[in-house]
Design a protein around this ligand. Structure first.
Ligand SMILES: Nc1ncnc2c1ncn2[C@@H]1O[C@H](COP(=O)(O)OP(=O)(O)O)[C@@H](O)[C@H]1O
Ligand SMILES: [Mg+2]
Length: 352
């Protein structure tokens, strides 16, 4: 399970994109703390999730301080600084280039009118990864199937309030929020949410209720990320009103590609209707470079939607299903796998 995840020093080095030989210097200088944990029969040196999050947060704080300080060049230099401290400072400086990012689009939704393209899976993987990077994240499940909810290891959602109670029964949004892991909160969904369209349709300012509710808690989070239901529903329209970016997940198969013009038209129509100038990104998923058809669809996506197609591509990988089954991140399943790399790259791109 995600919330119990720990990293070995080598796994941390992969995540932080640094050479593993740098980790002891970081540890020696107190930038990162390890503890011992029994994994199977072996007593291992590990780093907790909170420690990982603190490391990336510290990098962003250093970066902010460096920008604010007139004497930034003096930071970490000077003859009195010992060898290991210099190595550690250099490692932190190198990480700063990659990780000192303040999310450019705070509120995002994962969307497609077609089901089965990987919306819920990628939403779950993105929010877990972003929270590992130390961002405070609110995930919102807007699909009555509750797949994001299950992916984030909440199995008793039928007993919990959902966005239905917020939008229809005026429950304060904060009262529907639950914590699922350090730095990661969730508004879960259950089957009851499938009945929201008719009562929501009867409400005044129906498409604005969600963004008004989100606005009240927005300052508590770095990122607010929604998984949506596969339809052109009022609920999805409401999330569009609240969003800075729509991430359209497109599987690299012919039918998914065929549906893209409809999806883009739907988004354009909603943008006009609500006067929203929001960013759109198409994310190719389930790519398989051994399949000619997969290559063709990716090529078509990139040429037809040149301006909005993401650089990141998510390959088809069994790790993705395994992560869903174990209700954790692909990094927990296989740190060295393509899925782990793909999700990290996607996360870096979506933070910008
Ligand atoms: N990159 C991938 N590689 C392999 N399987 C994937 C990948 N992305 C999604 N899946 C699988 O595809 C199925 C549908 O994904 P899901 O996220 O539920 O789609 P949606 O939310 O769009 O309906 C799930 O079984 C999921 O594990
Ligand atoms: Mg889904």
């Amino acid at each position: 399970m995600f919330k119990d995840m720990v990293f070995t020093p080598n796994e941390f080095a992969l995540l932080a994109k640094m050479d593993k030989s740098l980790v002891p210097a970081l540890e020696g200088q107190g930038y990162i703390k390890t503890h011992r944990k029994k994994i199977g029969n072996v007593d291992r040196k590990v780093i907790s999730m909170e420690e990982i999050q603190n490391f990336f947060r510290m990098i962003r704080e250093f970066d902010t301080a460096a920008h604010e300080s007139k004497n930034a060049s003096e930071m970490g230099s000077g003859a009195e600084v010992a060898g290991s401290a210099i190595i550690a400072t250099d490692a932190v400086a190198a990480a700063t280039d990659i990780f000192a990012v303040h999310p450019n689009k705070k509120t995002q939704m994962f969307y497609n009118v077609k089901g089965g393209t990987g919306k819920s899976t990628l939403t779950a993987q993105f929010v877990m990864m972003a929270s590992l990077f130390g961002y405070k994240v609110l995930a919102i499940d807007l699909d009555g199937q509750g797949h994001l909810t299950v992916n984030l290891d909440v199995l008793d959602a039928h007993e919990r309030p959902t966005i239905y109670d917020v939008l229809i029964n005026d429950l304060p949004l904060a009262d529907a929020v639950m914590n699922v892991a350090p730095g990661l909160d969730l508004i879960p969904a259950n089957l009851g949410l499938c009945n929201i369209e008719i009562p929501l349709n009867n409400k005044t300012r129906r498409e604005y209720r969600l963004s008004e509710a989100i606005a009240k808690i927005a300052d508590q989070y770095d990122l607010i990320i929604a998984d949506t239901n596969p339809a052109a529903s009022i609920l999805n329209g409401s999330m569009l009103v609240a969003s800075d970016r729509v991430n359209v997940i497109c599987a690299t198969n012919p039918l998914s590609f065929h549906g893209m013009s409809l999806v883009m038209a739907t988004i354009d129509q909603m943008k006009k209707e609500f006067g929203r100038d929001l960013d759109v990104k198409i994310i190719p998923n389930m790519y398989d470079n051994r399949e000619v058809i997969s290559q063709e669809v990716l090529g078509e996506l990139r040429s037809q939607f040149e301006d909005v197609c993401a650089k990141a591509v998510v390959n088809r990988s069994a790790d993705m299903n395994e992560a869903t089954k174990r209700r954790t991140t692909v990094w927990d399943v296989n740190t060295k796998g393509t899925a782990a790399q793909d999700i990290a790259e996607l996360t870096h791109e979506l933070l910008r």
